[in-house]
Design a protein around this ligand. Structure first.
Ligand SMILES: Cc1ncc(COP(=O)(O)O)c(C=O)c1O
Length: 362
């Protein structure tokens, strides 16, 4: 492997003279009276600190996160959701109209959408039939225009974790960045790839506080990478990308690890129970193994189930049109009561279908 981060960065970003925010400059020189950012000096209709721009680098939140994740604060980037980080990486490394990213469908749709918005090509190498990475095909397809490979593990919408050896093979054989999106890692037994950051300069790990941490509304995505990469990301991001309220609420929430761990246990217990209950239903063809907080379920007629659940005001995600996901719905694990309602609604539909009754009467 011959990875050189500086060579990978777009020329215009390398030459960028970044915006230096007022708060960055005044905090650095320990100013006491802030007349440098055109804020309202008299106060805020809310708590007093909201009249001030927030810490542009979210140092306190990163300090706490670094202890939880056993990494340095300098290796952490916080984005307005991981979606912001995906977009930022594409803009830093891919020249519009020239470069490409590589994705492995079926997977999280924003990698492709962000690329298209930025006029970046998308190379697609489908997952194998058991939803694992097709390493020979991926390695065959990458060329000097391929700058980023996005791998989602556990994968959305399939739910499975990718084999660690495959991830390592990509890291060892690709001179661009391998971005491993671990939005659902808290629900898996497999360890985060954060532990590999010291070994692989081309590794970026994405996580989020939107899933297990229960903070989807705050919009806090986490990126982990080399300190060199994080400082480039800091240069390109909007100066105050994380609001002050999100930062203070995150600090409060990060004290509640025990509660989050309890929810993870509840979710994975319900995941097993739901998978077993669904497998017993005659309208279900297959329940795929999941390392996430959802199940991908193949039905005889997904459309029918989708509408039957909608009629009961239960929303699930119809993934039938996705590669390899024919007749599949993605069902988030709910509370036990919510999950019961899903099962009961499908059972009710089964009873209305003549073949089911015929089968039952035999
Ligand atoms: C795999 C994956 N990555 C990233 C995200 C986006 O997360 P965030 O809320 O941090 O933007 C999602 C959201 O569903 C996801 O499924």
């Amino acid at each position: 492997m011959n990875f050189n981060l500086n060579q990978l960065v777009r020329k215009n970003i390398k030459e960028l003279n970044p915006y230096s925010s007022a708060r960055q400059e005044s905090v650095a020189s320990e100013v006491k009276i802030f007349l440098d950012a055109n804020e309202n000096s008299f106060g805020s209709p809310l708590a007093s600190e909201y009249n001030r721009y927030p810490d542009p680098l979210q140092k306190e939140v990163k300090e706490v996160l670094s202890k939880i994740k056993h990494t340095n604060a300098s290796n952490i980037f916080i984005g307005n959701g991981s979606d912001e980080i995906i977009d930022l990486l594409i803009r830093i490394f891919c020249v519009p109209g020239e470069d490409k990213i590589l994705v492995c469908p079926p997977t999280y749709g924003m990698y492709e959408v962000c690329s298209k918005i930025n006029d970046i090509g998308v190379q697609k190498i489908n997952l194998t039939a058991d939803f694992q990475l097709d390493i020979p095909q991926i390695l065959n397809s990458i060329n000097e225009k391929t700058k980023l490979i996005f791998i989602c593990s556990p994968n959305n919408p399939t739910g499975n974790i990718m084999a660690k050896n495959d991830l390592l093979q990509l890291l060892q054989n690709f001179n661009g960045l391998v971005i491993i999106d671990e939005a659902y890692i808290n629900f898996s037994q497999q360890k985060s790839m954060i532990s590999e950051l010291e070994l692989y300069a081309n590794l970026v790990v994405l996580q989020t506080l939107s899933k297990a941490w229960g903070l989807a509304s705050l919009r806090l995505g986490l990126g982990y990478g080399s300190a060199e990469l994080i400082s480039i990301m800091n240069k390109v991001k909007p100066p105050y990308n994380i609001g002050g309220s999100a930062q203070s609420l995150a600090l409060e929430a990060l004290q509640n690890i025990a509660q989050v761990n309890e929810w993870i246990v509840n979710t994975t217990t319900e995941r097993t129970r739901m998978a077993n209950d669904l497998k017993k239903l005659s309208l279900v063809e297959k329940v795929y193994p999941s390392d996430a907080n959802f199940l991908l379920v193949k039905f005889k007629d997904a459309e029918k189930i989708y509408h039957a659940l909608m009629a009961k005001k239960i929303a699930v995600r119809n993934r039938s049109k996705e590669t390899l996901c024919d007749n599949c719905l993605r069902i988030t694990i709910g509370t036990p009561g919510e999950n019961d309602l899903v099962i009961d609604s499908i059972l009710e539909l089964e009873k209305m279908i003549p073949e089911y009754n015929k089968f039952k009467n035999q």
